[in-house]
Design a binder for this molecule. Structure first.
Ligand SMILES: [Zn+2]
Ligand SMILES: [Zn+2]
Length: 317
């Protein structure tokens, strides 16, 4: 197995690099914080040995992904009764062309007006009612038997009399409102579909660092543009990074272990995301954090990311 160990920059080199960049940026501030009254100010007088109070060894993991934005395939169908439709906020993009996602103010998927279509009620076959036999036993008429007194003898005889049933108007059947469509005959379905965004493919940098600096975003952006300017160890498989991280860095701690875990779940998420592809290899960078105090007593920090050969620095000085 080849040696995967990466050399971290030494503290003096980090401090030196910071000092030179700070001098370029604001020499007056440097002089104010490190100068001696009455003496000629010289950068040589500012040394790591004197002003670095403490240091911590951390690590960062970086990779970049390519994400296709606007190709969401979320598709959802909803079936409702007619009066519910007016409660839904519908959208229409007919003839509107592709939508610029940056200008879009709303959800990525929305109910589409043009997708509304009737679905005949299955229960009543789209009639709106079902039929049931009338309480007149389906005869459409009511038959009564009366006692009629007949003739001189006043004999009691039974005679029947019929009249039309008032419930079914003589038809024998009753129409009952369908319990599923409530008489509307149809239910309505509509689709919630992705807004037709213009497809944009973008590179997105992803950084996880155990130092949790406030420069994460800045470092992420810099790495995206300057990945060749910083030396790290490249891995093709996350598993490999996981197993070789400690040996590669030559140090390890709980925060680094947690950072690797976080980066791994992020990486897995992007692997599963069908709109994303992982574009770069996975980089493991040593990070050094220097806690410093100026001659005046102000505290500040310097971070380095990269190897002794190629590293970048960040500072809140
Ligand atoms: Zn009837
Ligand atoms: Zn029905």
């Amino acid at each position: 197995m080849p040696d995967v160990r990466i050399k971290t920059p030494n503290l003096d080199d980090i401090f030196e690099k910071w000092k030179n960049s700070a001098a370029r940026k604001d020499r007056k501030k440097l002089e104010k914080q490190f100068g001696t009254k009455g003496a000629v100010f010289s950068l040589d007088a500012i040394s790591a040995a004197e002003y670095v109070v403490d240091n911590m060894k951390e690590a960062a993991i970086y990779f970049s992904i390519k994400k296709t934005v606007g190709l969401s395939s979320n598709k959802d169908e909803t079936v409702v009764m007619a009066p519910r439709l007016s409660k839904v906020q519908f959208y229409s993009f007919k003839g509107a062309g592709k939508i610029d996602k940056d200008n879009w103010n709303g959800n990525d998927s929305v109910p589409m007006f043009d997708s509304i279509s009737p679905v005949p009620c299955k229960t009543c076959n789209g009639k709106g009612y079902t039929e049931k036999r009338c309480s007149c036993k389906g005869e459409g008429k009511i038959t009564e038997t009366w006692q009629v007194i007949e003739g001189e003898e006043q004999k009691k005889v039974k005679k029947t009399f019929q009249y039309s049933c008032p419930e079914c108007y003589g038809s024998g059947n009753l129409q009952v409102q369908c319990k599923d469509c409530k008489g509307y005959k149809n239910l309505y379905k509509y689709q919630t579909l992705p807004v037709p965004f213009k497809t944009v493919v973008t590179g997105i940098p992803v950084l996880h660092s155990s130092a949790q600096t406030k420069y994460e975003k800045e470092i992420e952006k810099d790495l995206h543009q300057l990945i060749e300017e910083v030396e790290g160890i490249k891995f093709t498989e996350f598993k490999e990074l996981e197993s070789k991280a400690e040996a590669s860095l030559g140090y390890y701690n709980k925060k680094i272990s947690k950072t690797i875990g976080d980066a791994k779940s992020d990486y897995r998420m992007y692997e599963k995301d069908k709109d994303a592809t992982i574009q770069s290899q996975i980089y493991l960078f040593p990070m050094i954090q220097l806690m410093c105090t100026t001659k005046k007593g102000s505290k500040f920090e310097i971070y380095s990311i990269g190897s002794d050969q190629k590293f970048m620095i960040y500072s809140n000085f």
